[in-house]
Each structure stands twice: as C-alpha cells, then as structure tokens.
Design a protein around this ligand. Structure first.
Ligand SMILES: *Cc1c(COP(=O)(O)O)cnc(C)c1O
Length: 421
C-alpha cells in the first residue's frame, strides 16, 4: 500500500477537513530549505514547516548534537531533578533576552508556553492577596489552540464552537497614531481588574501577518506598566530572528514581564516550549505556604534531547553568517515587494524582517476561507514550493539558509501566478 493510502486509513490531520482535503504529500527526506517526496521531487519549504524551521531541514550539526544527547540521557523527571542541557539553554537564552528576564520555565510547545504565562500572571496577583482576574489581548490575536490560549486569542471561526466556554477577555484594537489615546484610557478604566496584557509583538502571524508599529506598542506597554498590568510578550512566532533582530522585543524600549517561546527554539527539530519571567514574578511564588506554588508541569518538561536541539540551534543562530542570511532575506524581500506592490492583483504588501506578506485582490473580503487560497496553494505546490496562504494573504517565511536561487525561483513563480491565476 502507498504511503498516502496508509495515511488515509489511520491519520487525522491538523486543521484539515478530512472529507474534502486533498491527500497529504508524503515527505521522506529534508535538506536545507528542501523537502523531498518519494520520487525525489523537491518542495522548497517557504513557510518553514509552520514557522518552526530556521536553519534548514535535517541540519547535520543539530542532528549530531541530538544524537550525542540521546546516547547520554534521553529524559529525566524535571521535578526534583535537573540536567546540564536544560541549565545551559536557560543560561544562554537569558543572556540574550531583555535583561529583566531572570527565570526560565520549560514546557512542550507554544500553546503550553502561553498557558504557563497566563497562570503565572493570575497566580502572581492571587498570591499577593489582591486577585486580578481579567486579561487584555488584541482582537485577531492568536496564542494557541489549548483552552487558555484560545481564550486570549481573538474570537473567530476557529474558536466559535467553544466561545461560551472561554473565559472573558478584554479585546482591544491594534494601536496606531489615531487610537492610542483612547486605548490608554480604556486600559486605565479597567486597570484594577486587569491581571495582564498578552500580545504578539509587531506581527500577528496566524491572523494574516498583520503588522503594527513599534512606537505605539511601546506606548501601550509603558502605559500598562504604569497601571500595574503585567506584560506577556508572546514571541512563539516572532522569536529567533523573524523580525530581523533576534527577538521582536529587541525593537522595543519597554521590557515585558513574561516572554513565551517555542517555534524556532529548537530550530524546528523538536517540540519545546519556554516561558521566561522577571524576578518579581518568580518572587511572588516564594513562600512557606505550599499553596503558593506554581502547580504546572508536563511529563516531558525540559526534555534533554529537545534542550540539546535548542542549544545546537542557538549555536547556529549566533553565528555571524546567520545574521548575514537574515539581512540578505530582508533586503531581497524588500526589492521583490517594490517590484510587485503596484500590480493590479495585489491589494497591499507588508514586511517585517524576514516576513513578507502580500494581500491579493479578491471579489470577496479578506478571509481564511477565500477560494483563491486553494488555487494559490496548489499552484505553488505543483511548482515545488510550499506556500500556505492565510486566505487571500500569501506570505513567504523561509528558513534563513534559503539560497538566493531558491528565493528568486519563489519570487518568479509568484509573478507568474499574478498573471495566470
Ligand atoms: C503558533 C503560535 C502559538 C502556539 O504554538 P504551538 O506550538 O502551535 O502550540 C502561540 N503563539 C503564537 C504567536 C503562535 O504563532
């Protein structure tokens, strides 16, 4: 039986309507920005496999480090025990994060990193005997698929079935020059009840690569800090170079109290989540009262193999060649955006760092369920490029090792699609 038929017999895929979806593409090998099917056809991974891959597939250095770890220690319970990879990864990351970040809490993925951040905030207030229970988030936010993460995400078709089970969250518009004052007063009015403000800094990925200005986010963060509202920067997507700097928060002058990481953390090799926090958050849990403990943990918390993938990925990330690659992609995207921005089929283009998004004209509104989406997806798949538009929003988000030839090929196919579709 073919791989596809075996798959269809037993597998239920994520975000997939199994009745109408096309059969999945079996991938058997990866190298650099390429994923290969059984017949050796290369698919250029222009979405970094759901945004996780930063150094390319099956990177030999990460593979070597992971194998070494696997032969030494595959896993150990992380309550009451520790191990070198978890310690070293925390030490090295805290060194390059905003300097108020002092403690690292591991979990398994982006959604759990967000769940941990939410619990830290709610219990921070509870432990001090002045409970604040409301949260503030942006409309259209995406923070993950578990219930807490869904609750702080914008209400949408994806959450509709569960809406009445999600806890109440105050949603505000993205800040800009004209609404910043009214957003600030909104926050001041709510402050006595607001535990925290969670946001995707600079770019809202899943909602369509929506981008907003550093200056107004900074103002909003500073205002929250003044009002005693804790700040959670969800860098699950923006972390590790996507915005052109190592972290989106490197563009900001106000430091968040808590940060969430996952996608690029292991270079896309292993599942790992990380929530870091300021000393003041950690200190609010120190007590002789056992009930003030952060009661959260997962079976695979700080898995040594995942941590060693994180360390190897960090080695590569900190090489000057990686930043040079990031700068190369930023410039290359910028030139391509200039070239196509006035095309009649393009409504608008936007770019933050290595993320380039192009909103296509459609007769319907911008929507995830746009039919143009399927046409674009299949057009590029056929051409050996993985681009997975969010509705009519096409975006390129490559691993940093992508070559200039591969980038040019992607750009040229987008130009042909503009003429042919
Ligand atoms: C993807 C994403 C998450 C969820 O991460 P998972 O590992 O898919 O659970 C959370 N926040 C942001 C900003 C994301 O892009």
């Amino acid at each position: 039986m073919s791989l596809i038929n075996r798959d269809l017999k037993v597998i239920w895929h994520p975000y997939t309507q199994m009745k109408t979806a096309l059969p999945p593409v079996p991938i058997v090998r990866g190298e650099g920005a390429c994923l290969y099917d059984e017949n050796g056809k290369c698919y250029i991974d222009a979405v970094s496999s759901w945004w996780v891959n930063i150094h390319g597939h099956a990177h030999p250095y990460i593979a070597k480090k992971v194998a070494e770890q696997l032969n030494k220690l595959e896993h150990v319970i992380f309550a009451g025990f520790t191990h070198p990879a978890a310690i070293e990864l925390a030490e090295r990351l805290l060194q390059i994060l905003p300097d108020n970040q002092q403690k690292a809490f591991y979990s398994d993925n982006g959604s759990t990193a967000v769940e941990v951040a939410i619990k830290m905030c709610l219990q921070y207030w509870h432990n001090q005997g002045k409970p604040r229970t409301k949260m503030l988030a942006f409309k259209n936010a995406y923070h993950g698929d578990t219930f807490g993460a869904m609750a702080v995400s914008g209400r949408s078709a994806f959450t509709a079935v569960f809406d009445n089970l999600l806890f109440e969250v105050e949603f505000i518009d993205l800040p800009n020059e004209s609404n910043i004052q009214s957003l600030k007063s909104q926050i001041s009015n709510l402050k006595s009840d607001l535990a925290c403000f969670i946001f995707e800094p600079l770019v809202q990925g899943a909602s369509g690569m929506l981008m907003y200005e550093t200056e107004y986010l900074d103002q909003l963060m500073a205002h929250c800090r003044n009002e005693g509202v804790l700040l959670i920067a969800d860098e699950v997507f923006t972390g590790f170079g996507r915005t052109g700097k190592p972290f989106a928060c490197d563009h900001l002058s106000t430091q968040p109290d808590i940060m969430c990481f996952s996608k690029g953390l292991t270079g896309g090799t292993m599942a790992l989540g990380l929530t870091t926090c300021a000393q003041s958050i950690y200190d609010a849990f120190l007590s002789d009262d056992r009930l003030k403990t952060l009661f959260h943990g997962h079976s695979y918390t700080a898995n040594p193999v995942a941590c060693s993938a994180g360390l190897a990925s960090l080695d590569l990330f900190l090489e000057p060649a990686t930043q040079a690659n990031i700068d190369r992609i930023v410039n290359s995207h910028r030139q391509f955006a200039l070239k196509i921005k006035d095309h009649p089929r393009i409504r608008t283009t936007r770019q933050t760092g290595t993320i380039l998004a192009m909103e296509w004209e459609t007769d319907t509104d911008t929507s995830y369920f746009s039919s143009l989406r399927d046409k674009l997806y299949l057009y590029f798949l056929d051409a050996g490029i993985i681009l997975r538009p969010l509705g009519n929003i096409l975006y390129i988000l490559p691993p940093y090792c992508i070559t200039n030839d591969q980038l040019s090929y992607i750009y040229s196919k987008i130009e042909s699609a503009l003429e042919e579709l």
